[in-house]
Structure formats: C-alpha cells, structure tokens
Design a protein around this ligand. Structure first.
Ligand SMILES: [Fe+2]
Ligand SMILES: [Fe+2]
Length: 163
C-alpha cells in the first residue's frame, strides 16, 4: 500500500539525489577550482536551496512528526539509527550549502574549492546512503504501521511545513 506521506518523502528524496548526483559530477570533473559563470552560479544556488530544505525542513518533519508515530508504537530502533544519521549529515550539508551559496556570487578560490570538494564528497556519500536506507526501510514501515487517518494528518503537516 502506498501512503501519501511516503509519496511526499519519496519525491523529496529523488530531488535531493538528483542534486547530489550533479554535485558529484561537478566535483569529479574539476580538479582545480572551476571558473564561475551564470550557469554554474545558478546550479550552486539551487544546490544550496535543496540541501538546506532537505536537512532543515525535511529532517525536522521526520524527527518531529513521523518518528514520533513510530516511537509511540515502540519502534525505536529505526528511529535511533535514522536520527543519528541526520545528526551526522546536517552540519555537513549546511557547510556545503553555505560554501555553494558564497561561491555562486564570489566564485571559488583554490582554498574554498578544496574545502567544498572534501565536504561535498563526504556529504554525497553519507546522504545518498541515508536516503537509500529510508527508501528501502522507512517507506515500507510507514505503509505497515501508519493508519490512513494518521497518514492524512502527516501528509498535511508535510505540505504545510516542508512544501
Ligand atoms: Fe527522508
Ligand atoms: Fe531522513
């Protein structure tokens, strides 16, 4: 059974994966700091917005609303694991988002590119792994454990708070 909440989370996961893949390509194809132009500037701004929204609003929805439903049913294992992953991803994602935004107007220096490259590569790895886990385990757990009225409520909250 598909849930509304699962569908909303899935959509956001796909957007984030796409952004991370394009980040990965950017990092892989530039040993040295790439020259800034309009296209790259726009890409970096977009990346920064997607990363921020994922780790601020989407993570917050999962922790403050969805995971509470699991905890109420005694399912603490999956919640503990995913919450720990959020904690290890969030500061890194904000660092990459800030660097991307700063570079979108000022360009990269060799030093800021090095920092962006290291943090970006680590982020790609951690966050893709996290999303894959949620896609495999969390969405199925929502189907199995969240009844339709709660699903409706959660989906409303998601649309209101995350967008
Ligand atoms: Fe998620
Ligand atoms: Fe998550």
């Amino acid at each position: 059974m598909n849930t509304q909440t699962g569908a909303l989370l899935h959509q956001a996961h796909m957007t984030t994966i796409e952004a991370l893949q394009s980040l990965d390509e950017l990092l892989g194809s530039n040993k040295k700091a790439p020259a800034m132009d309009d296209l790259l500037g726009r890409k970096l701004k977009q990346l920064s917005g997607i990363l921020r929204s994922e780790v601020e609003s989407h993570f917050a929805f999962e922790e403050n609303h969805l995971f509470k439903v699991f905890i109420n049913q005694g399912e603490t294992g999956i919640v503990t694991m995913l919450t720990h992953e959020h904690q290890s991803i969030l500061p890194l994602a904000l660092q990459v988002a800030d660097l991307a935004l700063a570079a979108s107007s000022a360009g990269f220096t060799d030093a800021s590119w090095g920092e962006f490259k290291d943090a970006g590569a680590e982020l790609v790895e951690r966050e893709i792994f996290h999303i894959q886990k949620e896609e495999m385990g969390l969405l199925a757990a929502i189907s199995a454990m969240v009844d339709p009225e709660i699903d409706e409520e959660l989906a409303d909250i998601y649309r209101r708070e995350v967008g």
